[in-house]
Design a protein around this ligand. Structure first.
Ligand SMILES: Nc1ncnc2c1ncn2[C@@H]1O[C@H](COP(=O)(O)OP(=O)(O)OP(=O)(O)O)[C@@H](O)[C@H]1O
Ligand SMILES: [Mg+2]
Length: 284
């Protein structure tokens, strides 16, 4: 965080009534003129406990949007709503509207496997399948019938690895296990696996938290390249990372989407006191 950013924050006046976190009263424009996904009034409960409260947010096409906030504020829970990963948690219940290209993703007729191809996910800890490097990437295109023949499949695998910035490092050992790669390589393999099925959106939940600074920098460069083709929603605890990779930032607090805006605005001139406290390190 540049020092001038913090100065700018402390010197500007704050509009009245922007110190409390109020469900459904997000500060800033939560809409996007070219939304690929739209969330309206999303609540998530784990049993009786509400973890996400009345969140409305658009995710814009080809943008990188980062989700920040203190531990336990519901970032991962909200992210998992976007490809119905909360369905895999028995006690989780999601209400509200979430659409992908205008289509309700919680519609009972919707094929969740298809949805998760269109909205892929990369997790905190790299989780390659216990298969070869080639098979890790080929798996999705194969089950979705995306390749006409073996050559076609090889092309998809190579292109995905190339786009994930990994091809050079692995092209001579495609038949070796994915789990034998370094942590940073494994994470790029997981990104290659996610993009191999041509998703529209890639969700990333703290994708660099298990990586060293060099591997992190590679992933950040990659995110920047991938946004030409995909939309990326990333949860991060690193404000430097959010500032470096995203165009929009959403700040969560106790399950509430407190403020959303351009990354520049959120980090230099946030409107809400809670956002300011978090980005200046007074909270969290
Ligand atoms: N599987 C679960 N069962 C019950 N409660 C859960 C579950 N997952 C999360 N929670 C609760 O929901 C709230 C939000 O958790 P979540 O993991 O979404 O936060 P987070 O912002 O991603 O935190 P962190 O930064 O630590 O990853 C927390 O109170 C957490 O304890
Ligand atoms: Mg989390």
């Amino acid at each position: 965080m540049p020092a001038e950013a913090n100065r700018a924050v402390s010197e500007r006046p704050r509009p009245e009534g922007t110190t409390e976190a109020v469900p459904g009263k997000t500060i800033g424009d939560y809409t996007h003129p070219d939304a690929v996904m739209s969330c309206r009034n999303v609540d998530v409960y784990y049993g009786d406990k509400q973890a996400v409260m009345d969140v409305s947010l658009d995710i814009g096409r080809n943008e990188v949007i980062s989700m920040i906030g203190p531990s336990g504020c519901g970032k991962s829970t909200f992210l998992r709503c976007l490809n119905r990963m909360n369905d895999t948690i028995d006690i989780a219940r999601v209400t509200g509207d979430i659409t992908l290209d205008g289509e309700n993703i919680y519609d009972k007729r919707l094929d969740v496997v298809q949805l998760r191809a269109r909205v892929g996910m990369v997790f905190q800890k790299p989780n390659p399948f216990p298969k070869s490097i080639f098979e890790n990437v080929a798996y999705g295109p194969r089950i979705h019938g995306m390749a006409r023949d073996k050559t076609d499949l090889e092309e998809i695998v190579h292109e995905s690895l190339e786009r994930a910035g990994l091809l050079k490092e692995v092209k001579d050992r495609m038949d070796q296990p994915g789990t034998g790669l370094s942590g940073g390589q494994q994470q790029r393999l997981c990104i290659a696996r996610a993009i191999a099925v041509n998703p529209e959106v890639v969700l990333m939940d703290e994708p660099c938290s298990a990586l060293d600074p060099i591997a992190t920098a590679r992933i950040e460069d990659l995110i920047d390249e991938l946004k030409q083709k995909y939309t990326i929603a990333i949860v991060t605890h690193s404000m430097q990372q959010a500032a470096r990779v995203s165009q929009r930032t959403a700040y969560f607090h106790l399950g509430i989407l407190v403020e959303v805006g351009t990354t520049d605005h959120i980090f230099t001139n946030p409107t809400h006191k809670l956002t300011e406290d978090y980005i200046t390190g007074r909270f969290g």
